[in-house]
Write a protein that binds this ligand. Structure first.
Ligand code: COA
Ligand code: MG
Length: 293
């Protein structure tokens, strides 16, 4: 269970050094679009060297690799696969076959390295029209897939449309990714918010994404992490209300009733199930957040 995933450009040694101290649930050293072409090999070697130390503080480490079509994916995987790496995220996946092929390479590398086969999880990026159309097939292409990421910048490039703050141009695709993720029982992870000095804009985006079914969001700057963590966690009020509801409902069921009224609203089984899910999520996040009550 995670909420915030921080990108760190794979060629920026000083940023890789600082990342471990930041409150990100997941660290994502990037080998893909944050790294200029001329720096790609150096970044690969540097990230390969750093992945173990990045994992030392208990954050999950999930490097982003270049997609298969770049011809770099295999060597990227070769540089990062080890027991300390929770998974890899793959840029610009547009068909389920790419997931199957990456999973095959992972199986080979895990076998060679004594890493349990299946250990390395996958998070494909869905960021083209093709990807959105194939979203469910991609999300369910391998048991390694634990989440799918929606990438708004590449998606709007592919569509040839302008990216706006209001976001009407990505509404359908974003929603399609969230629905496909739920159908495949994996996490929907939202695109990074690029106006990283706009705290209020980020907050609005997190609320919107969360209301669409996203469970986590990428960050590009350390200042975004607290907001993302807070807005993708159930609030104290939500937890208290859910507890009260579950208890009242259990008492009602014991008395032979299947519906109750709580604070003037009808509560029946689907509403209670939602409250139970929220409590389960709060509990599993509580385990990640030692300072939370
Ligand atoms: N990871 C780790 N540390 C980061 C960081 C990141 N993604 N972004 C910034 N920092 C650090 C800086 O090194 C700086 O540290 P310092 O105060 O010790 O010098 C501090 O946070 C403040 O940074 P700031 O000066 O506000 O940002 P910047 O102008 O140097 O960089 C970006 C802004 C957007 C270029 C930078 O945040 C970045 O490269 N983000 C990642 C981009 C990325 O990976 N994109 C790919 C996916 S879309
Ligand atoms: Mg992208």
């Amino acid at each position: 269970m995670f909420r915030s995933l921080l990108f760190v450009p794979g060629n920026r040694e000083e940023m890789l050094g600082k990342a471990g101290a930041l409150p990100a649930d997941v660290l994502v050293p990037d080998l893909e679009d944050a790294v200029p072409w001329a720096e790609k090999d150096r970044a690969r070697a540097l990230v390969g060297e750093r992945v173990r130390s990045l994992a030392q503080r208990g954050q999950l480490v999930v490097p982003r690799i270049n997609g298969l079509e770049t011809g770099r994916a295999r060597q990227d995987l070769n540089a990062v696969v080890c027991g300390e790496v929770f998974g890899v995220t793959v840029g610009k996946v547009s068909s389920p076959w790419e997931v199957v092929e990456v999973a095959r390479i992972l199986e080979e590398l895990e076998g060679q390295r004594g890493v349990p086969v299946g250990h390395t999880r996958l998070i494909p990026w869905l960021e083209s029209a093709q990807a959105v159309v194939h979203a469910y097939a991609i999300a369910s292409a391998s048991p390694r897939v634990v989440g799918v990421a929606f990438g708004a910048e590449d998606f709007t490039n592919d569509m040839g449309v302008r990216r706006t703050e209001a976001g009407a141009e990505v509404a359908y695709a974003r929603s399609a990714v969230a629905v496909a993720a739920q159908a495949a029982d994996v996490l929907a992870i939202d695109t990074p918010y690029v106006n990283f000095r706009d705290a209020e804009g980020l907050e609005q985006e997190c609320r919107l994404a969360s209301s669409m079914g996203f469970k986590a969001k990428f960050a590009i700057h350390p200042s975004q992490l607290d907001t993302i963590n807070a807005l993708f966690s159930p609030s104290d009020e939500e937890v208290a209300y859910a507890r009260r509801m579950v208890q009242a409902f259990q008492e009602a069921v014991a008395q032979g009733r299947g519906t109750i009224s709580l604070d003037g609203k009808m509560v029946d089984l689907p509403v209670v199930k939602r409250a139970q899910k929220l409590l389960a999520r709060a509990e599993s996040l509580g385990k990640r957040d030692p300072e939370s009550p």
